[in-house]
Design a protein around this ligand. Structure first.
Ligand SMILES: [Zn+2]
Length: 221
């Protein structure tokens, strides 16, 4: 029972600001970021700039305004506030405290060049080392003499928006999935692959074009 609840996916998510309901958390986050801009201090010249300017405080505010409908053994289902329920809701529930010096397992989202002016073109990867180095390795183009570190040119390199990870990482989309402080991690590569697959499906469902270097035929059990 405990193990099952650790993997729970909400029945639906709801926006506390306007009471709209959504099939999942990422969809609801996207709605709040797009539709409740008055909650933030930023305007942004482009969609990308607007997203980049959001602070961790802004993103915390987003999650504080998300409600999740969770299954309850006796009641059937009950609404809970997401930020008080991370421990119950997949994939946040799979995070564990990292051990200093041990390998980390993380999932990240990077901006790719806009397609026809649409910024919803991103790369999802997972890493077991420092995110900046993972980004730098994947962003390296074939013309770089050190490109042999990654034998196949990555999707990110082919669609590179910026070489600077500080600018290219999409914190609005990886919020609470990657910990920049390194305090927590996913327990192993299998879980980070599950999270990567989950996030990809979530983003594709709301119109993102998601690239990855993962062959489609790898099935996650
Ligand atoms: Zn709303």
């Amino acid at each position: 029972m405990l193990e099952r609840s650790k993997n729970e996916t909400p029945i639906k998510a709801g926006c506390y600001v306007c009471d709209h309901k959504f099939p999942d958390i990422i969809h609801c986050r996207e709605h709040i970021i797009e539709e409740h801009r008055s909650g933030f201090d930023v305007s942004g010249e482009s969609d990308f700039q607007y997203r980049s300017d959001l602070t961790f405080g802004d993103l915390e505010w987003v999650d504080e305004n998300i409600w999740v409908l969770l299954r309850e053994p006796e009641l059937g289902a009950k609404w809970h506030r997401l930020h008080l329920s991370y421990h119950r809701v997949f994939p946040f529930s799979r995070r564990v405290i990292g051990v200093e010096g041990a390998t980390i397992h993380t999932v990240y989202v990077a901006q790719c060049s806009p397609v026809d002016g649409d910024w919803r073109h991103v790369y999802i990867g997972h890493a077991n080392n420092c995110l900046d180095s993972a980004y730098a390795q994947h962003a390296r183009t074939a013309s770089d003499s050190n490109s042999s570190i990654i034998p196949l040119e990555s999707y990110l390199a082919n669609n590179l928006f910026t070489e600077d990870p500080a600018e290219g990482l999409r914190w609005d989309l990886q919020f609470m999935l990657h910990d920049h402080e390194g305090g927590w991690t996913f327990p192993n590569a299998k879980v980070s692959l599950e999270v990567e697959k989950w996030l990809r499906a979530q983003l594709e469902a709301i119109g993102y074009l998601v690239g990855s270097d993962r062959p489609e035929q790898i099935a996650i059990a």
